[in-house]
Design a protein around this ligand. Sequence first.
Ligand code: B12
Ligand code: SF4
Length: 446
Amino acid sequence: MTVCLVIPPSGFQLDERVFPMLGVLKVAAVLERAGVPVRVLDLSAPVEVETALAAELARPSDARLLLGGPHVTLTHTALKAEDGRASRALADLREMFDVLVCGDGEHAVFQALEPDAPWLINADNPASTLFLTKSALAASPWPARHLIDLSSYHYQINGVPATSLIGQLGCPFSCGFCGGRNSASFRRVRTRPPSDIVAEMVFLSEHYGYQGFMFLDDELNVSPAFGELLTKIIDAQATHGASWHLRGLVKAELLTQKMADQMRAAGFQQVLSGFESGDDRMLTNMAKRTTVAQNTMACRIAKAAGLEVKALMSIGHPGESAASVEATRCWLLDVQPDAFDVSIITVYPGTPYHDEAVQTGDERWTYTAPKTGDRLHARPVRQFIDEPFYKGVPGAYRSFVETDALTADDLVAARDALETDIRGALDIPWPSSAAELQFEHSMGAR
Ligand code: B12
Ligand code: SF4
């Protein structure tokens, strides 16, 4: 039996070769380690899609089709607060695939390959042996990057060739727009041993020549082991005579001056943070557990350490209004980030905004913020039809949400105006390359 893992193309990204898909490559790595013949079909570059499809997707009729990854995990998680939408969404997936795998794929994939595999394998459950414990995560192989053409991926951090890696899984917070707050895989912090993370960085640097690393962890500083990781990164560079450029996300109110200074010493050039809004009521409504003042302080701390700040902002929260968007504009002008982006929230299954909403109309669900009673109305995203992207082709932005004060079109207009205004005022250029245009997003390449 040969397993072919497919990295799917994304409908809206013209150039996807920025960050390789680490989850698929992790699954490839465990299969390879177990001696299962495995190939990765990387359809993430449109230029190759047609040829690849023609050549490779003529799959044998008895081949089993598996689906794993965050979307199936989150759709399954949404069943916990079921009102009919989640089972319909899961049924749609079931219609297209033979086996759905929720949660960590490292052990679950072997069950999915058994001849009598059930249609759903749930590894997103800490009571299951399929859920990776911290030690199982530590023992799991690094992503099998050698199975793709890594040289065709192009990403730089301040001029040095860079690639991505994951140091830890999970975030304990419960922001209303964020997927997985009811899912152990997404919520429970599982940290790889700092020495293993650093060994992967050394390998990537020695084997592929990377000098830059983007940490795709949700929030680096929710882990108590972050300080130890930074120390080990500093030591590794001294040992190997290297000078790495790093980027990663931090939770604003947890950023201390000592931490920021240590991050800078470790080679961090920029921190990204989901400040989201310049309006305290919006921060309350989204359960961000931070305030505007704390966000401002985080920017000052980062800048004092010599770190650039990328502010990840979003609009379209419960109760969003022209006044709250204006507060966000004023806040950005006040803190003057080095880079920023503004997205409109999309309500996905597995987020509190989705799971805690009630139907209030034909194709309309309403989430009410518990503390203020402010409302957010969303229409369901049809995963295989809609393209709920944050920023793909410029000018093609759409909103799937509205508030009592702002319609979907108002939100799009407010977002576009906010971005144009702030870029102009702070002299922050628009992304120029195709890769930047397509990957500028809350985890953005820029
Ligand atoms: C990095 C990242 C990105 C990067 C991806 C870059 C890249 N190519 O890797 C970028 C910036 C491009 C991105 C974009 C988007 N993202 Co994003 N992203 C993430 C993030 C932070 C980490 C993903 C990751 O690498 N995880 C680590 C790997 C090891 O885990 P994994 O991928 O889940 O894989 C494991 C399992 O899922 C499983 N598995 C995965 N694939 C397979 C396949 C098989 C066959 C099997 C058996 C198992 C299996 O096994 C793996 C190992 O355990 C996640 C949040 C998170 N914590 O996961 C959000 C997340 C995946 N993103 C999300 C969203 C919403 C988006 C956007 C739609 C945002 C937008 N509106 O534009 C876009 C969509 C892009 C697209 N391709 O269509 C949501 C997904 C919601 C959903 N229902 O799918 C998440 C979960 C964030 C959240 N908490 O809400 N994202
Ligand atoms: S947005 Fe960030 S802080 Fe909030 S729950 Fe998601 S990962 Fe955690």
